[in-house]
Design a protein around this ligand. Structure first.
Ligand SMILES: *Cc1c(COP(=O)(O)O)cnc(C)c1O
Length: 858
């Protein structure tokens, strides 16, 4: 056959491929279906057996996917999974864990107590769910886990961020790089929240000239449901889709948009999902708009007025503030605020000025403050440690003119940590051995923890050594791969790896790099530090970690500085900065280091929680007496830097504190660690560990914390709010009417004759009696409605006046609006005091004085 000789072939025109998305869910053999179920509820995060189960599936992939079981099940080959179905031991384990899981959920089907709706901007539940940045989020995450464990009827609301918070890498110079990776929602344990009819729930929030649409997602945290709002919805403009892209990213305007979504949208989402919660918990001021949305609902659905609805909402809201400085409270400039909120007063039946005052202490202020809004709409207000409760009174006092700071109804609940999440499996086993099998279910019985004294010193010391070794190995691995990636000099890498020593006293310092945390303190005297770490018999090594906010240049400079110091020859392998502080690194450090150090400027650490995670693991705490450590510190259970501030000038204070730290390290910490008995056990050290576990740790669990919230806030407020709501909001209406009436009369109240205050001179003698009379024209109010009291104050430590005593007068002889009040003063303390009289509105249905902020000083 003749063929033409091929002479030339034309280059074809080929189009670019058009890729279409297809996703293949791994085909789990049916026998392994329980694994899939377990992977989709975060319960596994704090269940040691469940974690071990996933690790067993494939330990290598488990590490590579950073402990994400959904990714794990996707990545493991089908053949490997097939093999597992023949592995009897594995199947038995899986069924045991699955049965535990189902029994756990079953025991939480019927929950008593008020239903609490909890709102937070961030939740730290697991590294794979990037909706947290630091302490506030981790706390909220721990709280949800504990609510599930403690059988609290709680539902939570937050935002689902496409990019979350940033991942930190450092370049060769120690400069922080912020990387944002998009979360793939199919690879994290979120799923669409579905309403009764099987539809994916969306909500809308009014923005100027448009509505923002958001998807609602659901995360299962044991028995607790967390709903997350996601504005990345095709119905929004590009700019609005961006609203939930980053946590604490964007400008203040985006923050306002996020907070509108969280507060206003959060309430709408709960409503659509059929929730009717009893108590609303606003975690930090970010979510304060929940109060407005609820008031609008009560107005439109129940026909209440603003004042009546406010009674209902206030009675059932708890506000927790976490910030110890005024500048830390979110606020929005008037112009921007009005641009976004202009239509809201009308829905509330208020004028703009009335509405605006909900977020101000003075009408002239140029920002609307979210914490003020939260205070104005919450009966219960609390700080997050004993000291921070007092600090919060100072910070918020402008809202309560006329009251002494120490009489403000701002309480505290000290933050805690979730024991099962933060305690090493090795410790959990040891605790069970000595505390009994009911532990940690009975963790609130503090006596149980004392059984730690029954454990032999050597057993505890061996455990501590094991955990230190594990931590050092983890750090080496994490550190080396980071350093290789950034082309660090191989000689230095080898040197550092060689010097890091699992038998050396190891001190950890990791947290957000804000300047008040004073990470630089240790580096004030480098010569002295070099002597400490390089002591040939008794060396010390430090491990640092932490992120600085991308906009915080000073914080980033601190990191850079530490990295530079760590590269000097005398500090190589002695001081290490490990990048990208996350939950897993926090866990490894807190379980493995010997001492956890914290050196904040007092009183700027509202609570702090990382040290609490440490004490669960017998990691000794060495800190300034600030935040939780004020309550936690016990003699022979860690070390404390004195509470007193000696210098006004921060630099002098830093110098003094640094010297104190070096001294304590050299004279106390190092000797306690290295003085060993004949079994090579440091008895004193182990004694400190035992004291820490028995006397410190039990007070700082989320178990204790959630109980405090129930006792101090949820239960009492539920009781009162049930009364306020009963019979068609009868009491709410009465209270609102009464407050309106009293306020209309208040300015007309007059003291008839100031010098009628008879018999009360400025020099009294102890033990004698001084009858005092005051005559008041009540302007139509009755003596039942207006109280009179004599307030005695004395100079406080900081120059302010503190309440010394308050005596309430008895009304006697009321006629024609004029009442005479009487009290017999019997001084029983010598000293110099101040006194003044004041009138206040009285009503047994008020929860506390500042619920109705009327006062008249005479
Ligand atoms: C616990 C924790 C924090 C908060 O630590 P503080 O002591 O409150 O500063 C921050 N980040 C991570 C990853 C944590 O685990």
């Amino acid at each position: 056959m003749e063929t033409n000789k091929v002479r030339y072939i034309q280059t074809p025109v080929i189009e670019e491929p058009v890729w279409k998305k297809i996703s293949v869910e791994s085909d789990l053999p049916t026998d392994l279906e329980p694994l899939r179920v377990l992977s989709k509820n975060l319960w596994w995060v704090w269940n040691t057996e469940a974690r071990e189960l996933f690790r067993y599936v494939d330990a290598k992939i488990w590490e590579e996917c950073e402990h994400n079981p959904i990714v794990l099940l996707d990545k493991v080959s089908y053949n490997q999974l097939k093999e597992l179905t023949k592995d009897e031991e594995f199947l038995a384990r899986m069924h045991r864990v699955y049965a535990d899981f189902n029994a756990y959920l079953e025991a939480r089907k019927e929950l008593g107590g008020p239903e609490v709706a909890y709102f937070s901007m961030e939740y730290g539940l697991h590294d794979s769910l990037k909706i947290f940045s630091g302490g506030l989020g981790i706390l909220a995450g721990d709280y949800l886990k504990e609510a599930s464990d403690s059988k609290v009827n709680l539902v939570a609301v937050g935002l689902l961020y496409r990019y979350g918070y940033f991942k930190q890498t450092l370049n060769l110079h120690g400069e922080q790089m912020a990387n944002y990776d998009a979360q793939q929602f199919t690879k994290i344990p979120v799923r669409p929240a579905i309403d009764k009819d099987g539809n994916w729930v969306t909500i809308e929030v009014e923005y100027p000239g448009r509505n923002l649409v958001a998807h609602v997602w659901q995360v299962n945290v044991g028995s607790v449901k967390l709903y997350l709002l996601d504005a990345d919805h095709e119905g929004n403009s590009d700019q609005d889709r961006f609203v939930t892209h980053h946590l604490y990213g964007g400008d203040n305007e985006n923050r306002l948009k996020q907070e509108m979504l969280l507060g206003l949208g959060g309430i709408k989402a709960l409503k659509k999902l059929g929730y009717q919660s009893d108590i609303y918990h606003c975690n930090e001021g970010h979510a304060a708009f929940i109060g407005l949305e609820r008031i609008m609902g009560l107005i439109s659905e129940q026909g209440l007025t603003f004042a009546e609805a406010k009674e209902v909402v206030t009675a059932s809201t708890v506000f927790t503030t976490h910030t110890p400085v005024p500048a830390g409270h979110d606020s929005f400039h008037n112009d921007m605020f009005r641009h976004y909120m202009n239509s809201f007063p009308e829905k509330l039946g208020l004028s703009w000025e009335e509405f605006d005052l909900l977020g101000k202490a003075n009408p002239q202020e140029d920002h609307f403050n979210m914490s003020y809004l939260a205070c104005n709409l919450s009966q219960g207000i609390n700080g997050v440690s004993m000291l921070h409760g007092d600090v919060s009174k100072e910070v918020l006092k402008n809202l309560y003119k006329g009251y002494l700071v120490d009489e403000l109804e701002i309480g505290y609940v000290t933050n805690g940590v979730h024991y099962p999440s933060w305690t090493a499996p090795e410790w959990k086993a040891l605790h069970k051995k000595y505390f009994g099998n009911d532990f940690p279910g009975n963790q609130l019985d503090f006596d149980v923890w004392k059984n730690i004294y029954n454990a032999p010193d050597s057993e505890i010391w061996e455990l501590r050594k094991t955990l230190r070794l594990k931590m050092i190995n983890y750090i080496k691995q994490r550190f080396a791969s980071n350093w290789i990636k950034r082309h660090e000099n191989p000689k230095i890498i080898t040197e550092v790896m060689g010097k890091l020593n699992p038998n050396v006293l190891t001190i950890g310092f990791a947290r957000r790099f804000a300047t008040y945390k004073r990470a630089h303190l240790l580096f004030r005297n480098l010569d002295r530090l070099a002597r400490i770490v390089n002591n040939p018999e008794r060396p010390v090594q430090f491990i640092f970690a932490g992120k600085a906010h991308p906009a915080d240049k000073a914080g980033q400079d601190l990191i850079k500085n530490i990295v530079e110091v760590s590269k000097r020859p005398e500090f190589r392998g002695k001081i290490l900065f490990v990048q990208n502080y996350d939950i897993n690194l926090a866990k490894m450090l807190l379980q493995g280091v010997d001492v956890w150090m914290n050196t904040p400027t007092r009183p700027l650490e509202a609570s702090g929680t990382s040290g609490e995670k440490g004490v669960m693991n017998g990691t000794l705490h060495f800190s300034v007496l600030d935040g939780w450590w004020v309550e936690g510190y016990r003699k022979n259970a860690g070390w404390a830097l004195s509470a007193e501030r000696s210098y006004d000038v921060q630099d002098f204070q830093d110098e003094l504190d640094a010297e104190t730290i070096y001294n304590i390290l050299e004279e106390e910490v190092v000797p306690a660690f290295y003085n060993r008995n004949h079994e090579d056990v440091p008895e004193k050290w182990v004694g400190f560990v035992k004291n820490t576990i028995s006397q410190v740790a039990p007070n700082f669990t989320t178990g204790r914390m959630i109980k405090d919230y129930q006792d101090r806030y949820y239960n009492p407020q539920f009781e009162r709010s049930s009364k306020v709501n009963a019979d068609g909001f009868k009491l709410a209406k009465e209270l609102a009417a009464w407050k309106a009436y009293v306020s209309s009369k208040w300015d007309g109240i007059k003291v008839i004759n100031q010098d009628m205050i008879e018999g009360f001179t400025n020099k009294l003698i102890m033990g004698r009696e001084y009858p005092v009379y005051v005559k008041v024209d009540l302007n139509g109010l009755t003596a039942k409605e207006v109280g009179l009291e004599l307030i005695i104050t004395e100079e406080g430590e900081n120059g302010g006046l503190e309440m010394f005593d308050a005596w309430e007068f008895e009304p006697e002889d009321c006629s024609n609006n004029i009442c005479t009040y009487r009290y017999v003063v019997r001084p029983d303390h010598p000293g110099a005091f101040n006194y003044s009289f004041r009138l206040f509105p009285k009503n047994e249905n008020l929860p506390h004085r500042q619920d109705f902020k009327y006062l008249k000083w005479l």
